[in-house]
Design a binder for this molecule. Structure first.
Ligand code: KG4
Ligand code: ZN
Length: 340
C-alpha cells in the first residue's frame, strides 16, 4: 500500500512542510522569518508567532504543489525537538490537531535525525548516489556541531561535539561583530570569495578527541578587530573580504581536520555533511579535497536540504513509520537533545 506523509518542521525560525510518497519527495515548502534580521539573531517569541502565521499557508502550498489533498494523507510527521520550545509547540500542536481531524497516525522526529538522513531525500525518478551504512555525518548548523556515526537509518552515535558555540553560531556572532546581517554564514561566505584566506591568522583551539570549540575564535576576532580599529577606524570596512576569508578558512580547517581524524579513527570512508553550514562553499570544497586525498566517498547535500526543511523530517519519518514507530498524542515537544 502506498503511504503519503505530510511532514512539518518548525524547530527554529523556518516554517516548512513537505509531502512524501513512499519515501520520495513530492514537495518541500519553506517560509523564512525576516523579522529577526534587525535583531541579529532569532527572537524566540517572534519566531513562534511567525510560525503560527505561516503554518497553514505553508501546509496548503505543500499539498497544492504535490497535487494531493488532505484526504490523501496517511501519516503526519513533525519535529519533536531539539529546538526552541515555543516554535516546536506550534508545529507539534498543528500536527496533533490534524492527526485527530484526519484520523491518521502521528510520527515524531528528532530534528538531528532529519539532518543526518537528508542525503536520502530524492524526488520520484531521481537516482542520486546515497551513502552506505555505516557513514560519518558532520552535522554543522546554527545550533549543533557534531560528528556522528550513522549505523542505520534509526541508529546513530555522537563521536564528537562542540563544547561551546556551534560552527553556524560562530559565523553568525562574528558577522555581527563586523556589522554584517543575520544569518552571518551566507554573508561571510559571499564576502570571503574576494578575500585572502591567509591574510590574518586566528588562533585555533586545542580540543581533545573529536570535540570542537569555537568560542575562543570569536574572542580572538573580537580583540583583533578592537585593536586594529583603534589604530585605524576604517580597518573593518577596508579589509572586510580578507577578514571574512581568513575567519572562514580557520573555521573550515578546524572542521575538516576533525573529520579526517574521525574517519581515521573509525575506518569509515563514507562521508556526508549536513546542516546549514554545509552550504558553505569553502567547507564543501575542502571536504571534497580531503575526500580525494583520503579515499573517501563524499556525499554533499543539495543546497535546498542543508538548512532546516521538512523534507528531511519526512524522510526520517518514512524510516520510522516503516519500522513501526507511532507518537502518542500526549508526547510533549522537547527543547534539548538529551531528552531523546
Ligand atoms: O541548519 P540550520 O538552518 O539551522 C539550525 O538547525 O541551526 O543552520 C543555520 C546556520 C546559521 O548559523 C547560518 O549562518 C549557517 O547555518 N549558514 C552558513 C551558510 N549558510 C547558512 N554558514 C556558513 N556558510 C554558509 N554558506
Ligand atoms: Zn537544523
Amino acid at each position: 500500500m502506498s503511504i503519503t506523509i505530510l511532514a512539518i518542521e518548525s524547530s527554529c525560525d523556518d516554517t516548512s512542510a513537505a509531502i512524501l510518497n513512499d519515501g520520495y519527495l513530492l514537495s518541500n515548502i519553506m517560509a523564512g522569518q525576516d523579522v529577526h534580521k534587525k535583531y541579529g539573531g532569532v527572537i524566540p517569541e517572534l519566531a513562534s508567532r511567525a510560525h503560527q502565521h505561516n503554518i497553514l499557508p505553508v501546509v496548503e502550498a505543500a499539498l497544492c504543489e504535490a497535487g494531493v489533498s488532505m484526504a490523501d494523507i496517511d501519516v503526519i510527521a513533525y519535529t519533536r525537538g531539539p529546538g526552541l520550545l515555543g516554535s516546536l509547540i506550534v508545529g507539534s500542536s498543528f500536527a496533533k490537531g490534524l492527526s485527530v481531524a484526519l484520523g491518521v497516525p502521528l510520527v515524531d522526529v528528532n530534528h538531528l535525525q532529519g539532518h543526518l538522513l537528508s542525503p536520502f531525500i530524492s524526488q520520484p525518478g531521481e537516482e542520486r548516489p546515497k551513502p552506505t551504512f555505516p557513514y560519518l555525518s558532520m552535522l554543522v548548523s546554527g545550533g549543533h556541531t557534531q560528528i556522528i556515526k550513522v549505523t542505520d537509518p534509526l541508529n546513530y552515535t555522537v563521536l564528537g561535539k562542540t563544547i561551546d558555540d556551534a560552527a553556524g553560531e560562530a559565523f553568525d556572532k562574528c558577522a555581527k561583530l563586523m556589522g554584517l546581517g543575520y544569518p552571518g554564514g551566507p554573508v561571510v561566505d559571499r564576502l570571503a570569495k574576494e578575500g585572502n584566506p591567509l591574510k590574518f591568522k586566528f588562533a585555533k583551539p586545542v580540543v581533545k578527541g573529536l570535540d570542537f570549540s569555537f568560542s575562543g575564535l570569536k574572542t580572538s576576532l573580537l580583540y583583533f578587530l578592537r585593536d586594529r580599529v583603534k589604530e585605524s577606524p576604517g580597518f573593518i570596512y577596508e579589509n572586510l573580504n580578507d577578514i571574512c576569508a581568513s575567519f572562514q578558512h580557520t573555521v573550515v580547517e578546524i572542521l575538516v581536520s576533525k573529520l579526517i581524524k574521525a574517519s581515521r579513527e573509525t575506518g569509515i570512508n563514507e562521508i556526508t555533511l549536513s546542516g546549514g553550514v554545509s552550504a558553505n562553499s569553502l567547507l564543501r570544497k575542502r571536504v571534497e579535497e580531503a575526500g580525494m586525498e583520503n579515499g573517501w566517498k563524499t556525499y554533499l547535500p543539495e543546497f535546498g536540504y542543508t538548512t532546516d526543511n521538512a523534507a528531511m523530517i519526512g524522510i526520517a519519518a518514512h524510516y520510522r513509520y516503516s519500522a513501526g514507530y507511532r507518537a502518542e498524542h500526549n508526547l510533549s515537544p522537547v527543547s534539548r537533545i538529551k531528552d531523546f
